[in-house]
Design a binder for this molecule. Sequence first.
Ligand code: GDG
Length: 500
Amino acid sequence: MNERTKKNRLIIVSNRLPIVLSQADDGTWQLRRGSGGLVTALAPVLKDRGGLWIGWSGSDQADRNVVQKLLRTETKNFGYALKPVNLTTEEKEKYYEGFANEVLWPLFHDLPAHCNFDPEYWRFYQNVNRKFANVIKQSARDSDFVWVHDYHLMVVAKELRAIDVKSALAYYLHIPFPPLDIFLRLPWRFQILHALLEYDVIGFQTLRDRRNFIQCARTLIKGIRVSGRGQVVSMKYGDRYLRIGAFPISIDYRDFAKLAGSKEVSERAWYIHEDFPEQQIILGIDRLDYTKGILDKLKGYRNALRRYPELQENTTLVQFVVPSRRSIPKYASLKTEIERLVGEINGEYTRSGWIPIQYFFRSMERPELIAYYRTAENALITPIKDGMNLVAKEYCASNIDVRGLLILSEFAGAIAQFQKYALLVNPHDVEGIADVIYQAFKMTAEERKDRMRRLRRIVRRYDIFWWVDSFLKAAFAKDLSDFPLMEDYVPEEFSESGAG
Ligand code: GDG
């Protein structure tokens, strides 16, 4: 990191603070530290340079004075300060569940038919983004580096500029950026684009997302000029220059690998396999979400059982669906559909002593999750569109016995780094998924080992700490030629057979 990057204090802004609030039986509220990859990566940077994390506490039920007090007393050992943005129940419903999750989420995952373009949602989205901006202004100094995260907060920079905040403003989008024809459907397309262009640095997961963004900006806004090649390019907008880059997010590789080798995980992994003697496990772990292609995966597996009977009694699909966003009707009905299909497939193929699909609707503690990653011979990940997909990276990092094979959708962001060594599937191609499942079943131990070893090498090299570092460097580097395309990165390539 160069000298300038060291000087600036960092303000991280995300929809949620990195904490979990919960209410005990006696009604008292408790706070614990969140555990996601983003916190793991950013906490040391925040501690190091001093800083602040701003976000919503995640609860509209807890009294705001109680939240304030908990934040004051329970986060002393975090090493950085946390500052809440309080949301009312109506704001939660219309900004978060409404605009973020019923408009931006489906649209940016190429599903405009799932969108509910309610103008009331848009008004709330702007108001809440303004609320965030006002909280940021209370703390921000001109020399700070404010780093805003994700689709909930796209217009914060515009609000900050409007109230004369002069800090450097950066933005990272964790989900895909849609192609022009899809983005055009958004009734507020101009407002969103203009607002995004108020940031100084914008990061996307992949080159494809960046290209979509640049194409939208060039088409809808006059006078945009883009120069440079490589991972980070420069965009001229009026008299301002922005930096636009592709930074594939990642995980703490070492932490996953270490936990995978722990006694607790090793024992759990052994017990898991005891339940499936002489069988290959095909593992699926997905949040309940229509973007994750869970139904497509189930149909693909059913087709595989039908066309390749050898897979019957020799494979089991272990599918975890992790509860998520259930107050949104589309999610509740997806759950019903998944469970109907699982029932249908199990009803058709179950034999005495063998059930084709083991289905769980719950979340897991980390050791259990990692034990499944470690022991499953295959991971089957079939999103119809995904910003990155960290499950794919976590599976590789945890696969310390190097026996696992990754089967991954062509539409997950992770494919740009993994396409040479994973087996690729198009989630819309039921027979193609089936063929690849059979190909995986037949693959030799040596080929599996070779592929997994190379995948692990990529995840180890480009881990979450690399991600933070390269984003910050891109913001401050004098010369963009410091950012050639990453090695191991294949921008876009489709092979005719479909299979890796
Ligand atoms: C968004 C973008 C992008 C899942 N089940 C359990 C559990 N998990 C953890 C996984 C993983 C995370 O949740 C899921 O991350 P993904 O990347 O797969 O998907 P999204 O939630 O949709 O995330 C995505 C990501 O943001 C980061 O930028 O990659 O494209 O959609 O870390 O481990 N963790 C535990 N128990 C579970 O049951 N402990």
